[in-house]
Design a protein around this ligand. Structure first.
Ligand code: DAH
Length: 339
């Protein structure tokens, strides 16, 4: 009987197959209900007592070998299958989905390129500002009524820290460090405590321009703005300067362009006037130059500031400002052609 078990052990050892069916038959042959192992256990009682121990050991060994043989053979089949997996090179490639640029970034970059062509360089400032750079140095001392125009998020009182209400603060930072010829453009995020609607938001973007030289004049400002408007909105766009008031410029103006939606005929975007306002500008007030330790007798300059949302709305004829901040993929995907 012991010899029989040893013979089975040898047989199991030799077994090898690539077929799941054959392996299953092998399993049934040995481990099935009426299989060899059960038979052998059944004949256990016929074994003479002095051989029982060694028979038991060999029988268990046989059972263990069968189980591991089955596992090994199955694993073998799985591995050869994976190795032989053929790659079909004619299948269409998985589409690579590239993201799209946000319309605000598209327009911001376009504006930067236009001003770069006439010598402007970029300069940035912090979004968390102190009172001096956002207001006081810009000729807006504490209690100046014009501060009311920019309802502010204060984040600390005394000394005052706030979220900048405009990018004009970068002018001050730059003038404090640079006293010679200046020609900078400062794009960035600004914040105002305003309720959110189709026309206003508490976060938006501006681009500020600052140009200072020995004898910069209002006509330099005008030619700069003309160049920008014609490059951005097209050669036939009409431009008008309207007198206005900003504490940091004197004289000050606001610039309107002929409505590019109705071509000046009148629509609800231009409120049937044929004109839309795009920026504020003016000659830098001597007080601002003095605050930044630049001599207003020696130097003069102009500045302008525009809202990027407004320009983008005009360019793409978008009627609700909130769309820029909602990140609705259906809205954003429309801009995937421009980089
Ligand atoms: N800072 C102004 C605002 O946010 C915009 C502005 C007007 C900027 C006139 C200027 C300027 O540089 O000269 O409303």
């Amino acid at each position: 009987m012991l010899d029989k078990v040893k013979k089975y052990i040898e047989e199991v050892d030799k077994f090898s197959s690539n077929s799941i069916e054959e392996i299953e038959n092998f399993r049934i042959q040995y481990l099935g209900k009426n299989g060899i192992i059960n038979d052998l256990f059944y004949s256990f009682k016929e074994i003479p007592p002095n051989e029982k121990k060694i028979f038991g050991i060999e029988l268990n060994k046989l059972k263990k070998n069968i189980q591991s043989k089955i596992n090994d053979q199955k694993l073998n089949i799985k591995n050869t299958k994976d190795d032989n997996k053929e790659i079909d090179l004619s299948l269409p490639a998985t589409k690579f989905k590239s993201g799209t640029r946000h319309p605000i970034s598209i327009v911001k970059n376009e504006i930067i390129e236009i001003f770069k062509n006439i010598g402007f360089i970029l300069s940035n400032g912090p979004e968390i500002e102190d009172d001096w750079h956002n207001f006081t140095a810009l000729n807006l001392p504490k209690d100046h009524p014009a501060r009311d125009m920019q309802d502010t998020f204060f984040i600390q009182k005394n000394p005052d820290y706030l979220l900048r209400t405009h990018t004009s603060s970068v002018q001050v930072r730059y003038m404090e460090k640079n006293k010679e010829t200046i020609k900078i453009l400062s794009p960035g995020r600004v914040f105002r405590n305003e309720s959110i609607s189709a026309r206003s938001h508490c976060i938006f973007h501006q681009i500020e321009g600052l140009c200072i030289n020995n004898n910069t004049t209002f006509s330099d400002l005008k030619s700069c703005i003309y160049y920008f408007v014609k490059s951005f909105f097209g050669e036939y766009t009409k431009i008008r300067f309207r007198p206005s008031y900003f504490p940091f410029t004197e004289p000050s103006a606001e610039v309107d362009i002929s409505c590019n939606i109705c071509n000046g005929k009148g629509c609800n975007v231009c409120k049937y006037s044929g004109w839309v306002e795009i920026l504020g500008c003016g000659m830098i007030d001597p007080n601002v130059l003095k605050n930044c330790e630049i001599d207003p007798i020696q130097k003069s300059g102009f500045a302008f500031g525009m809202g990027i949302e407004r320009i983008t709305m005009l360019k793409y004829q978008i009627s609700d400002l909130r769309l820029f901040f909602e990140n609705d993929i259906r809205f954003l995907n429309q801009f995937n052609l421009s980089i």
